[in-house]
Design a binder for this molecule. Structure first.
Ligand SMILES: Cc1cc2nc3c(=O)[nH]c(=O)nc-3n(C[C@H](O)[C@H](O)[C@H](O)COP(=O)(O)O)c2cc1C
Length: 198
């Protein structure tokens, strides 16, 4: 967007500030592993995330916060659930046992199963919206964040560990911590937007 475009779309309430915030969020693991993230802040971010839209108002998201040795337990749970025979590089499994120690707070976000395939898909869409809301809240609070995937083969084990309903899928394993550096925004391609007026 150049300056002319910016002027053309300026003046829409808080959009400028919101855009700045959204553009400043980066997937980043450059955090201080020893500086704790207050539990009250994480709980506030989860409440913020729960403002995301969700079909049938079924509030499909589930959250579980892992700190200290809990992070190792999370990694071991995932690693133990994975079958090395299904991996090109089985050594990748071992990384799960230690990778979550890189941030002081690991927040796992799950999405419950719906009563039909479409509802399960919608639940996951809604939960993804909640994750992004949470990431933007984390950015606003000055935290660095990193949305990582788990492995679907570990979903049942993660759900059991977190005390979630059977069938709950792991949508995000979010690293949270205080940043040790600011990352520049990479060039982002403009989205393709179709306009149909007739
Ligand atoms: C559903 C989802 C899963 C992701 N899983 C991973 C992951 O497992 N490992 C990883 O390095 N990044 C993961 N990412 C982060 C993306 O790599 C990152 O968003 C992308 O590089 C763009 O960078 P930015 O978020 O700083 O704009 C994931 C993002 C999403 C939305």
């Amino acid at each position: 967007m150049d300056d002319t475009d910016r002027q053309r779309v300026a003046g829409f309430g808080d959009l400028d500030r919101f855009e700045q915030l959204a553009a400043s969020r980066r997937t980043s693991l450059r955090v201080d592993p020893d500086r704790l993230v207050p539990v009250a802040l994480v709980e506030r971010l989860c409440r913020l995330a729960a403002w995301a839209p969700n079909h049938k108002k079924n509030w499909p998201w589930r959250f579980a916060a892992f700190t200290g040795e809990g992070r190792t337990r999370l990694g071991n749970t995932i690693a133990d659930a994975l079958d090395p025979a299904t991996f090109d590089k089985p050594e990748k499994i071992a990384k799960y046992r230690v990778k979550y120690l890189r941030a002081p707070m690991m927040l796992v976000v799950g999405s419950v199963a719906g009563e039909s395939t479409i509802r399960t898909v919608e639940n996951r869409d809604a939960t993804s919206a909640a994750v992004q809301t949470l990431l933007l809240g984390a950015t606003a609070a000055g935290l660095a964040s990193f949305w990582s995937s788990s492995n679907p083969a570990a979903d049942a084990a993660v759900a059991a560990l977190c005390g979630w309903e059977p069938g709950t899928a792991t949508v995000a394993v979010v690293y949270l911590g205080w940043p040790v550096e600011t990352l520049a925004a990479p060039v982002r391609p403009a989205p393709r937007v179709a306009h149909l007026d007739a």
